[in-house]
Design a protein around this ligand. Structure first.
Ligand SMILES: *Cc1c(COP(=O)(O)O)cnc(C)c1O
Length: 399
């Protein structure tokens, strides 16, 4: 008899040969703009902790106080086992931030997406989705059983054509898009998408994972950034990036949220967010509101890094410059495209040796490899200068 698991080793070999194999880096100590790895300090450009809150004492104390008061687990599904007042306080705080009637908190952003999409549409319905959408939106779309039609990244004209062509053949229609695209850093054309949706009676669901706590005057995300907060739309986001905790949410009309409490399987059939995570997210939203200068500092840091990268890339020899390209950004994600997976991997390794943690993102996650830098409000200009100096060393070394 042949070993029914033998294919796994073969598959792994293929993954290695394509240089697609990844492993996890173990980090010691507190989250922050500088982290410890094997006793070495690394300036950290690989964290989604955009506001620099994951090690904030007020949030740590909030989480500890919630554990002391309520214990560690939330002991069951909220519908069956009940929830803590903290859960509704957090949902209230999210709704106020997003200026929506209500909000529902899921145990992760991933669960928020798969549960919400499969509650909103089924096999009688149509989903139109940006090709660069996050995996959780894609998986949610597949799980829902709806017909999924993908439009080219950011191509509103193609979206309009697809709507005109297909909309009438389906009962409901849902347009799915990331707010900020996590592997590129650009932003979706929300006002245009909402206009099209209005014309064709389509729902819109936006994933604000990389935009809440980053974009908008109060950090409410893309909807606020574009002045679309008052329009009908399903605003999903995560508590695990700028809000330094774990969990996801959907904000929208009272009817939408009540419907999700009754129909989203990934909310109904899973354990509620732990008291510590709930309290941490509540404290993070409070700090965002108390310290709006964090948003400004984050924006300044993104501009400073982008500018320094452009100077550096402009200094490269003609031959080398063709291999590197900074992608335009509207967010805290700054990417430099690198011609192939082997080069980006070597660069990221060399940067680590020089004391900088930058992720190398490769196919199949993205079509073209890139160095992906996430900026934090708590990076200093010295941290950014250090990254630029290290990158300069790598690129000149390479010439
Ligand atoms: C991170 C992320 C998620 C998942 O959120 P988690 O809370 O980490 O599960 C969903 N969508 C996008 C665009 C993300 O970047």
């Amino acid at each position: 008899m042949s070993d029914p698991y033998a294919w796994i080793e073969q598959s792994l070999n293929t993954i290695h040969q394509a240089r697609w194999h990844r492993r996890v880096l173990a980090i010691d100590g507190m989250a922050g703009p500088v982290v410890q790895v094997n006793g070495r300090r690394l300036v950290n450009f690989a964290s989604n902790d955009y506001l620099g809150l994951a090690g904030h004492p007020q949030i740590v104390e909030g989480a500890i106080a919630a554990i002391r008061l309520y214990g560690t687990g939330s002991t069951g599904s909220r519908l069956l086992s009940g929830h803590r007042v903290l859960h509704s306080e957090l949902e209230g705080a999210i709704a106020r931030l997003k200026k929506t009637e209500d909000a529902i908190v899921f145990s992760s952003g991933y669960l928020a997406n798969i549960g919400t999409i499969s509650a909103l549409v089924n096999h009688r319905d149509l989903i139109l989705a940006d090709e660069y959408n996050h995996a959780s939106l894609k998986n949610g779309a597949t799980l829902s059983g709806a017909t999924v039609v993908v439009y080219a990244h950011g191509n509103v004209e193609e979206l309009a054509n697809l709507l005109a062509e297909h909309r009438e053949n389906y009962r409901r229609c849902l347009i799915l898009t990331d707010g900020v695209f996590g592997m590129d850093g650009d932003v979706c054309a929300l006002p245009e998408i909402l206009d099209l949706a209005d014309q064709q009676s389509a729902m819109v669901m936006i994933d604000e994972a990389h935009s809440v706590g980053v974009l908008g005057k109060t950090g409410a995300g893309c909807a606020e950034h574009f002045g679309c907060s008052g329009r009908s739309l399903v605003q999903m986001g995560t508590l695990s990036k700028a809000f330094a905790s774990l969990g996801g949410y959907v904000a929208g009309s009272a009817a939408l949220i009540d419907f999700l409490r009754n129909r989203a399987p990934s909310w109904i059939y899973t354990t509620g967010l732990s008291p510590a995570d709930t309290a941490a997210a509540l404290a993070a939203i409070a700090i965002l509101q108390q310290e709006p200068q964090r948003l400004k500092q984050l924006d300044q840091n993104v501009h400073y890094l982008s500018e320094r990268l452009d100077y550096l890339l402009a200094d490269l020899s003609f031959k080398q410059a063709a291999n590197f390209k900074r992608l335009p950004t509207d967010s805290a994600i700054v990417c430099v495209q690198v011609k192939d997976a082997a080069t980006v991997l070597a660069l990221s390794k060399k940067l680590k040796d020089l004391g900088v943690f930058v992720s190398a993102v490769r196919p199949p996650t993205v079509p073209v490899s890139r160095l992906r830098m996430s900026v934090m409000a708590t990076h200093t200009s010295a941290h950014i200068d250090y990254l630029i100096a290290a990158l300069k060393d790598c690129l000149l070394d390479d010439a």
